[in-house]
Design a protein around this ligand. Structure first.
Ligand code: GEK
Length: 242
C-alpha cells in the first residue's frame, strides 16, 4: 500500500515543474490511480497482451516502469519461464521501489530493473515492449527516434503497447475532455487547488498528442495494424505489431 497523494494539497506560490522525486515515488500508486481514468484496466490489459504475444527465449521491456505495475501485470500473464524482462526508469526513487516490489515475486529472477534514460537503452530480441504513460514525457522531436529504435529491436510478430494522455485537435473537444477529466479527479477526492497546481506543474513536462498523430507515426515507422484497444476520457492505450 502506498501513501495518499497530498503533494499539491497546500497552496504554492508558483508550482515548480513536475519531477519524479522521492515524494512522488512514495505516493505514486495512489497518484496515478486517482489521476488516470482507466489506469487499472490499462495495466491489466497490458498483462493480457503480454501473455498473448510473448515469444519464448525473447526480451520484454517495461519502459518508464515507475514502481512496477505493468511489470507485475506482465509477470502474471506470461506463461513461459524462458523470457527476460527489462524494467527501466530514469528516476532512482522509482527504481528503488520497483526493485523492492519485484523482489518478492516468483519470477523475480527473470526481471532486471535498471535506472536509465529509455532513450539510451538498447532494445533487442524483443517480443513485448510496453510504454505505459511514458512517451508523453519524451521531448516531441525525440519521439520518432525512440519508437524507431524500438521497432528495429523487435522481432517479427512482437507487440508494442503504447498508453498516453490524449490531446484533441478541436478546441471544443479539448475543453469537454479536460472538464470531464477534472470531474474524474474531483470524484477521486482531489480539490480544485490540487488539480490546478498539478496542471501548472505538468505544463511543458507532460506533452500529449492526438490519437491520430500517434497512430500515423507508428504506421510511418513501419508498425502494422496500429489501433486503439482502450480509452477512458482523455487517456488511451494502443497496440501495434512488427
Ligand atoms: C505505470 N508505466 O505504472 N527515461 C526513463 N524513464 C522516464 C523518462 C526517460 N526519459 N522520462 C520519464 N520517465 C508506469 C507509469 S509514469 C506516468 C509511468 C505518469 C519515467 C518517470 O520517472 C516515471 O516513473 C514514468 O516514466 C512515467 O504504468 O506519471 O503519468
Amino acid at each position: 500500500m502506498s501513501s495518499k497523494d497530498n503533494i499539491f494539497h497546500q497552496p504554492m506560490d508558483n508550482p515548480a515543474p513536475f519531477v519524479f522525486d522521492e515524494a512522488v515515488a512514495q505516493v505514486f500508486p495512489d497518484m496515478i490511480k486517482r489521476s488516470v481514468p482507466g489506469y487499472s484496466n490499462v495495466i491489466a490489459g497490458t498483462g493480457l497482451i503480454a501473455g498473448d504475444y510473448v515469444q519464448p527465449g525473447t526480451n520484454c521491456y517495461d519502459l518508464g516502469c515507475s514502481v512496477g505495475a505493468s511489470t507485475f501485470a506482465m509477470l502474471q500473464y506470461i506463461k513461459t519461464d524462458d523470457f527476460h524482462l527489462l524494467a527501466v526508469d530514469n528516476s532512482p526513487h522509482m527504481v528503488k521501489l520497483c526493485q523492492q516490489n519485484i523482489s518478492g515475486n516468483n519470477h523475480a529472477g527473470n526481471v532486471e530493473v535498471t535506472c536509465a534514460d529509455i532513450q539510451d537503452v538498447g532494445i533487442s530480441n524483443a517480443s513485448v515492449v510496453v510504454l505505459n504513460f511514458t512517451l508523453q514525457f519524451i521531448p516531441l522531436e525525440k519521439r520518432a527516434d525512440l519508437l524507431t529504435r524500438i521497432f528495429q529491436g523487435m522481432n517479427e510478430g512482437g507487440v508494442l503497447v503504447l498508453s498516453e494522455k490524449l490531446a484533441f485537435d478541436s478546441l471544443a473537444e479539448q475543453q469537454r475532455q479536460t472538464a470531464l477529466h477534472e470531474s474524474f479527479k474531483r470524484a477521486q477526492g482531489y480539490s480544485d487547488l490540487e488539480i490546478s497546481q498539478k496542471r501548472a506543474a505538468l505544463e511543458n513536462v507532460l506533452i500529449p498528442e492526438s490519437l491520430a498523430t500517434h497512430l500515423q507515426r507508428l504506421t510511418d515507422i513501419g508498425f502494422r495494424d496500429a489501433q486503439l484497444w482502450f480509452r477512458s476520457i482523455n487517456f488511451a492505450s494502443m497496440m501495434t505489431w512488427k
